[in-house]
Design a binder for this molecule. Structure first.
Ligand SMILES: *Cc1c(COP(=O)(O)O)cnc(C)c1O
Length: 383
């Protein structure tokens, strides 16, 4: 290894935080194969099992016959009819005037925050925000203030103290937190954003397809769609595909098309992926029983863990089992793997220091019997 590479790796001082890649073979039905053994996958975000749903796969295959790549960015010749159809369908689904399709959730957060905010602006964001939000804030060059997780008093204190020094002020939160599975107090955030003339942006990465009467997310469930300026989400989790969306009014969309650099300077999403997203939206609308079963089973798992004394958090299909030290999370992960569960240890900086965990994500294909076994296996390796 050359001098430079050794030096780079030396920066990762703690061996328990060192990450490597594992080759996996997806098997469908919430299972994966690793090194010739089949595991129940409790770490994927494919909550509704749509990544291998025949209708979703066929929609992509049919579009694939016309070609794979979009061949140019959206502003050049990459803005295909499938992109436009997806944007119309998603806008209708989210109940917003328009949607801008982005290439990934990471690019969406990076691009939208840095387009809307600059040097003279400020961003208030939850301390547990996803890395893509933090990176968007950094890239924007705006002043930034982190409020304690879901602590609206702290948010309001920070706004009172700092808001008037800046032009645009943006408040950002996830609606369902990716590592804790809990919910942001959206109604309170709307009240605050209106009182202090801020923009509100929410990240529905883990809520899209799962929450609300229609299944469009927490903004729908909490009835704050109209008062939320930017609703972001991804197609890569419950929708089982890839790409992301920014649901906004038409003026914000026109602004993004002109100023959002991760939208402008990247080749458009491959059209077959747009076709698969359209199919996923249709399934979510037509089959509410998928998300209902998912949430019912998740509640069941959380309740049995709580009853057996295993501490968990949240209210969603994401069930974190907080273990503390990274070593502990790595150990528990190995013990669960021995028992046939593909459980990834979540360590800092993905989660706060001292809060390493196993983040169980339940899938539609994990039935009550599977989850009962999981609860008892978690109990016996953790307690
Ligand atoms: C996964 C995730 C993203 C990134 O989405 P991708 O489409 O995977 O790039 C953004 N925000 C949150 C909260 C996420 O969990």
């Amino acid at each position: 290894m050359g001098y430079l590479t050794t030096d780079l790796l030396d920066k990762i001082k703690d061996p328990v935080l060192f990450r490597t890649l594992t080759e996996v073979l997806p098997q469908g039905q919430g299972r994966i194969k690793v090194a010739d053994r089949i595991y129940t996958d409790i770490s994927s975000n494919d909550y509704l099992g749509l990544s291998y749903h025949p209708r979703v796969v066929e929609a992509a295959a049919k579009a694939l016959e016309k070609g794979l790549g979009a061949s140019a960015s959206r502003l050049m010749t990459g803005s295909t009819c499938l992109h436009h159809e997806l944007e119309r369908k998603m806008a209708d689904f989210k109940g917003k005037p328009s949607v801008t399709v982005m290439n990934s959730g990471y690019q969406a957060n990076l691009g939208v925050i840095s387009a809307i905010c600059g040097k003279n602006d400020c961003v208030f964001f939850d301390r547990l925000s996803h890395a893509s939000i933090i990176d968007g804030v950094k890239l924007s060059g705006a002043a930034s203030f982190r409020f304690r997780h879901n602590d609206m008093e702290h948010l309001e204190t920070l706004i009172k103290k700092n808001r008037r020094k800046f032009k645009t002020a943006l408040i950002v939160t996830e609606t369902v937190f990716s590592m804790d599975g809990d919910f942001a107090p959206l109604k309170d955030m709307v009240r605050i954003k209106e009182k202090y003339s801020c923009l509100l942006m929410v990240d529905e990465a883990h809520a899209t397809g799962i929450f609300g009467e229609k299944g469009s997310g927490m903004a729908e469930k909490e009835n704050v769609t109209e008062n939320t300026d930017i609703i972001m989400g991804t197609f890569s989790k419950a929708l089982g595909s890839f790409g992301a969306y920014l649901a906004t009014n038409k003026r914000i969309k026109a602004f993004l098309v002109n100023r959002c650099r991760s939208f402008i300077y990247s080749t458009a999403l491959p059209p077959p992926l747009a076709a698969s997203c359209i199919a996923s939206i249709e399934i979510i609308k037509e089959e509410p029983e998928r998300r209902e079963a998912l949430l019912k089973n998740s509640k069941h798992l959380r309740d049995s863990l709580t009853r057996s004394g295993v501490p968990t958090r949240g209210m969603s299909q994401i069930i974190p089992v907080i273990l503390g030290k990274s070593e502990k999370a790595v150990d528990v992960s190995l013990m669960l793997k021995k028992r046939g569960w593909w459980a990834i240890p979540m360590r800092p900086p993905t989660v706060p220091e001292g809060e390493a965990r196993i983040r169980v994500s339940v899938s539609y294909h994990h039935g009550a019997d599977v989850l009962e076994r999981l609860a008892s296996d978690i109990q016996s390796v953790v307690m």
